[in-house]
Design a protein around this ligand. Sequence first.
Ligand SMILES: *[C@@H]1O[C@H](CO)[C@@H](O)[C@H](O)[C@H]1NC(C)=O
Ligand SMILES: *[C@@H]1O[C@H](CO)[C@@H](O)[C@H](O)[C@H]1NC(C)=O
Ligand SMILES: *[C@@H]1O[C@H](CO)[C@@H](O)[C@H](O)[C@H]1NC(C)=O
Ligand SMILES: *[C@@H]1O[C@H](CO)[C@@H](O)[C@H](O)[C@H]1NC(C)=O
Ligand SMILES: *[C@@H]1O[C@H](CO)[C@@H](O)[C@H](O)[C@H]1NC(C)=O
Ligand SMILES: [Cu+2]
Length: 174
Amino acid sequence: MVRKISMAALFVVLAATLLQSTLATNYTVGDSTGWQRPTNNADFYGNWTKNKNFVVGDILVFDFPTGQHDVAVVTEASYNSCTATNAIFNYTNGPAIITLNTTGYHYYICGFSGHCAAGQKLRVDVQNGTNTPSTPGSSPNTPSGGSTPPNSASSLIATLPLIFMSIFLVLFCY
Ligand SMILES: *[C@@H]1O[C@H](CO)[C@@H](O)[C@H](O)[C@H]1NC(C)=O
Ligand SMILES: *[C@@H]1O[C@H](CO)[C@@H](O)[C@H](O)[C@H]1NC(C)=O
Ligand SMILES: *[C@@H]1O[C@H](CO)[C@@H](O)[C@H](O)[C@H]1NC(C)=O
Ligand SMILES: *[C@@H]1O[C@H](CO)[C@@H](O)[C@H](O)[C@H]1NC(C)=O
Ligand SMILES: *[C@@H]1O[C@H](CO)[C@@H](O)[C@H](O)[C@H]1NC(C)=O
Ligand SMILES: [Cu+2]
């Protein structure tokens, strides 16, 4: 009985971990181009976001050589006017790795003179993760292990102790 329960717990935890790791995506902004001043394509980063669905927990990697660019987190107005002087936050070291923690629009520009105007600017629309409370038939009352925190890559790390605990329980009960 205890063995069955711990097996079920292990399964739930592993499934949740798998689900979460497939939900969080690590995006390299601009792919192989990285984060730089576009040449003759002011919409380069706008085009890059096309057909991408950003969800909470996803990670943006802005790849750039420190000192040649930066990433300023700005408001919509500052994004539109390419103003970095009132930036909410500045990432000055490349690569800058930013986890998308909240829903809604997020705006990033390069603060180096002329770069944003040339198109080194990024706007992402972050959605809630498509977290359907997975109840695929059969097991209606799986003991414990429930309440998986939605999305966020860091919750993957938070799950690790649970995994080890479950493995320990399974081994212990044999
Ligand atoms: C995302 O990619 C960057 C750069 O490749 C890497 O440093 C980082 O560890 C990755 N993060 C995750 C959660 O995979
Ligand atoms: C737009 O993005 C697609 C794929 O993401 C790419 O194949 C295409 O070359 C891009 N177009 C421009 C003008 O950058
Ligand atoms: C970010 O850098 C700009 C200069 O480019 C500066 O005016 C602004 O105060 C900085 N913002 C923060 C939060 O440090
Ligand atoms: C997102 O959340 C993580 C974990 O709490 C934190 O370390 C990180 O600084 C947050 N990122 C942003 C952009 O606020
Ligand atoms: C996202 O989901 C959380 C709960 O998972 C909810 O509290 C929040 O209101 C949702 N936000 C949006 C913008 O739907
Ligand atoms: Cu730049």
